[in-house]
Design a protein around this ligand. Structure first.
Ligand code: SAM
Length: 449
């Protein structure tokens, strides 16, 4: 495979590719890397490659003419073989297959992924165009670039380091570059997961806080158990560090056996009437609303929850909630609702719900607050619905979602709350949903198929 780097600083490229895996791959002829300099395609005395931006603004922009000329030079078709070089005609298809793929390195490009890296490794020739200054004239992109790639959401002073990243990552997939073909398949990102933890000798490492031993399973000799442990570690670590990746990961049937029971079946909803705030921000106790009991019970059953708790310190209100639930349970024409109302429980406080869940599941719940405000529960980790599912789905602990009545949950709950769900936002800048609607939307975002 061939890489051509278009750069005004070729001296940055060569040293970085002289050693290690890529250096050896070049020596063995598995890849070749050459550079071309836009300055060699200028016509003025100063060999200038940049000019001031139209419309004003800071910095300089790379001029189109030298770049178009150097890219055309770098991308000129290569004969497929010695015979073709000797003058044999090439078909249009052969020429197209051999046409170099021209990539501009830019922070405004698509993020480079391992999946894209693998695809690029199948190409015969990649031309990597490195920007400098404020970037390149847009017409270069329109006329001579096939793809724009970024290596991350930050800005480098030039595209050379980014091009080196592409060469290094792509070269590892070129046949003959890495010793063991399987090593690329096992790594972080190859299967949409981060890699499991790795250990080597010594078995026990002296550390300031005692001794760090290699996990016993790895020395057990039980290869199936080791593979299962590694897979579970990879999934768990991806959930902790990159919930965005895990949210896109589709576990296979074998993976599901390694994971805890489905999250919805371990999830409880609590409708909190105290402590909540009123319009002035004062902590108050709100009264029950008949439909909240009924509608949220039906939503809870629809999404397969383990329980729905009405929380109020007022004993007569708890009695009333139980009475209402019972009425529907006993309603002869409402059998279809009965199962939903069976989920309803009452409690005097959020702490009492937490204690009840801990007792029934054998583990304390992860308590998640909801709020219409983005600044509620300061300092508590925020999660989008898919991130929460990714994180909590791996931990066998139950989940408790708190819905606030009145003007929302009071911050005095802060010590009990471990996560806050991102507010529900529609298309308008107004999001004062009824608690029944908010609860249904939250459940659908978490568990809707
Ligand atoms: C200072 S940057 C220009 C940034 C540009 N003004 C912008 O905001 O998009 C100069 C050059 O560095 C390269 N570069 C910077 N950050 C990059 C990234 N994250 N990925 C790929 N290339 C990058 C590009 O080639 C870019 O043209």
């Amino acid at each position: 495979m061939r890489f051509t780097v278009v750069t005004i600083l070729p001296e940055l490229i060569e040293p970085a590719l002289a050693a290690g895996v890529v250096g050896r791959a070049r020596e063995a002829g598995a890849i070749t890397v050459d550079t071309v300099n836009p300055r060699d395609f200028t016509s003025d005395r100063h060999r200038s490659v940049d000019d001031t931006p139209y419309g004003g603004g800071p910095g300089m922009v790379m001029k189109p003419e030298p770049l178009l000329a150097v890219i055309a030079h770098a991308a000129r078709p290569q004969p497929a073989s010695a015979e073709l070089a000797a003058g044999q005609a090439q078909t249009a298809a052969e020429t197209a297959a051999l046409a170099p793929h021209r990539i501009l390195m830019t922070p405004a490009g698509a993020l480079l992924t391992q999946a894209r890296v693998r695809e690029l490794a199948a190409l015969p020739h990649v031309v990597l165009v490195c920007g400098r200054y404020e970037g390149v004239d847009e017409r270069v992109i329109e006329l001579a670039i096939d793809e724009q790639l970024s290596i991350g959401d930050y800005v480098l002073s030039g595209g050379e380091l980014a091009a080196l990243v592409v060469i290094d990552a792509v070269a590892r997939f070129v046949p003959g570059v890495l010793g063991e073909a399987s090593s690329v398949d096992d790594e972080s990102h190859s299967a949409g997961l981060l890699e499991y933890p790795q250990y080597t000798r010594p078995l026990k490492l002296a550390a300031p806080d005692g001794e760090r031993a290699v996990p016993e399973i790895l020395t057990s000799g039980n290869h199936a158990a080791i593979a299962a442990w590694r897979r579970r570690q990879a999934i768990a670590r991806t959930g902790q560090r990159r919930p965005d990746l895990l949210a896109r990961f589709r576990p296979a049937a074998a993976d599901r056996k390694l994971l805890p029971p489905p999250l919805h079946a371990r999830t409880h909803l609590a409708l909190v009437h105290h402590p909540v705030v009123d319009r002035t921000g004062a902590v108050v106790t709100t009264s029950l609303t008949n439909f909240d009991i009924h509608d949220l019970a039906r939503s809870s059953l629809t999404y397969g929850l383990a329980g729905y708790h009405i929380v109020t310190p007022v004993a007569s209100q708890r009695d009333k909630a139980e009475h209402i639930a019972r009425l529907w349970l006993e309603d002869a024409g409402g059998e279809h609702r009965a199962r939903a109302l069976e989920l309803v429980r009452t409690a005097a406080s959020v702490d009492a719900v937490i204690a009840e869940i801990a007792a029934s599941h054998g583990a304390a719940p992860l308590v998640v607050a909801t709020s219409a405000r983005g600044d509620a529960f300061p300092g508590v980790a925020r999660r989008s619905a898919p991130e929460l599912v990714a994180e909590a789905g791996l931990d066998p602990a139950p989940l408790l979602i708190l819905l606030g009545t009145g003007w929302g949950l009071a911050d005095v709950l802060l010590p009990s709350v471990s996560r806050v769900l991102a507010p529900i936002d529609g298309a308008a800048d107004w999001n004062h949903l009824s608690v029944r609607s908010a609860g249904a939307i939250v459940l659908d975002r978490l568990f809707g198929r």
